[in-house]
Design a protein around this ligand. Structure first.
Ligand code: SF4
Length: 421
């Protein structure tokens, strides 16, 4: 559901829907909200099922005629208890139901998992509990039950405010349905975010500017804005290979990225991560834990975890996951200790995605090394001269101008022995 798209591309229609209303409850007291405590554990729960596969999607999502909710509840609870046994004594600061389409799961199942996490670990007072949802009327009809289950933040996969673009992206909802779901979510949950995919084939700057302006007018405290990319193995990748789809030119896409940064910043939702924008204090606690390289437990098919210096991966295929949980008491397919250099590499690669950048001194202290060992200083100075990097003492940040080149900059700045770790 979180889009990273991939895409074939038909021209996107310029037809605009009526102006979006400014919904109530928007950017309220977000700045008073505390950030997650550094030692809290984040808990990710993967629900692997979708109604159909979107042609840009490379997530671990599967279409099944029937899903045995009871069997899944039992398996996920077992997997959850296994993770608790490895992390006892920690407190959970955030829970994220991702997918797949977790809004398809019975709310009672989500409730059972949240209650068990609270019983086992205990939840922080301000524990952020996010549910990814598709904005169909069916799923919006379940929002009140998810709210009653203690979900307090919803991430809606809106993807576009144009019906023709939604058809192109293979989505199951219309733009009108998405807006109705957004309004319903804003009324029920304290916190709402939604995703849009841009840099679609044929999209011109003025159209994206108008679409983004309408998205910003909804008044949500957070937006995720992803460029359409073609991921291997997706339907769009096949269309590109057959010559039926031509992705947007990289320079055009980079121009739209810059436009997006300027427009969101002007509207009070600057980027705090390369694709994520929030009002002050409204950043996703859960995702900040990943990017700040905090510990997280991941349960469910294909979920990854990082806890206590260990990396965990679970079986991806739903049937294999269920079977292994029954046999082993958990769904882990691979578990290994991470070396110090590998952890440093991951921490740098994740942290430099953030607008706040990385405190090299703190990172060096955490992993018992020196700040000088973490970044190639000569290259950092060179790219600072080009305006792509800011270096203040031991703090390094990729500038908004550098963000479109993030992958290339990471390869330049992070020393080779760490990149290879
Ligand atoms: S709805 Fe399912 S298939 Fe579509 S983008 Fe989300 S996870 Fe992928």
């Amino acid at each position: 559901m979180r889009p990273r798209a991939g895409g074939d591309l038909l021209p996107v229609a310029s037809t605009l829907l009526p102006e979006a209303p400014a919904f109530a409850g928007a950017r309220n007291a977000a700045s008073d909200r505390p950030m997650p405590a550094a030692d809290d554990l984040a808990l990710y729960i993967h629900w692997p099922f979708c109604l159909k596969k979107c042609p840009y999607c490379d997530f671990n999502s599967h279409v099944r005629d029937e899903v045995d909710a009871q069997a899944w509840q039992a398996a996920l609870l077992t997997d959850l208890r296994h993770e608790h046994a490895q992390t006892a004594g920690r407190r959970v600061g955030s829970i994220f139901f991702g997918g797949g389409t977790p809004s398809l799961m019975p709310p009672a199942l989500a409730c059972a998992l949240i209650e068990e996490a609270a019983r086992l670990w205990g939840l922080a007072d301000d524990c952020e509990i996010t549910l990814e949802a598709n904005p169909t009327s069916y799923e919006a009809g379940k929002f009140a039950d998810f709210r009653a289950a203690r979900v307090n933040r919803v991430s809606l996969g809106v993807q576009s405010l144009h019906d023709e673009a939604l058809t192109f992206l293979g989505r199951e909802h219309s733009a009108a349905e998405a807006m109705a779901a957004l309004e319903s979510a804003q009324g029920l949950f304290g916190r709402v975010t939604f995703d849009l995919i841009y840099a679609r084939p044929g999209q011109i700057a003025a159209e994206w500017e108008a679409e983004l302006a309408r998205a910003l007018a909804f008044g949500t405290e957070h937006l995720s804005l992803y460029q359409l990319t073609i991921e291997p193995g997706t339907g769009f990748a096949g269309a590109v290979a057959r010559g039926r789809l031509t992705p947007m030119d990289a320079d055009e896409a980079a121009d739209l990225f810059v436009q997006t940064q300027e427009q969101t910043a002007a509207a009070g939702l600057p980027a705090y991560e390369i694709s994520n924008h929030a009002a002050e204090g409204a950043q996703s606690h859960h995702n900040l834990t990943y990017w700040r390289y905090g510990d997280y437990a991941g349960i469910g098919p294909g979920a990854h975890g990082r806890r206590n210096g260990m990396a965990t991966i679970r079986h991806k295929k739903p049937e294999a996951f269920l079977r292994r949980v029954g046999e082993n008491g958990h769904g882990i397919s691979e578990e290994r200790a991470l070396g110090r250099e590998e952890q440093l590499s991951e921490a740098l690669l994740m942290g430099l995605r953030l607008a706040e950048g990385v405190d090299l001194a703190a990172l060096a202290t955490r992993f018992g090394t020196t700040p000088a060992a973490l970044i190639d200083a000569k290259r950092a100075d060179f790219y600072a001269g080009l305006g792509f990097v800011t270096r203040k003492g031991e703090h390094i940040t990729i500038t908004p101008q550098g963000m479109p080149l993030l992958d290339a900059l990471l390869a330049e700045l992070v020393p080779a022995h760490l990149c290879a770790a």
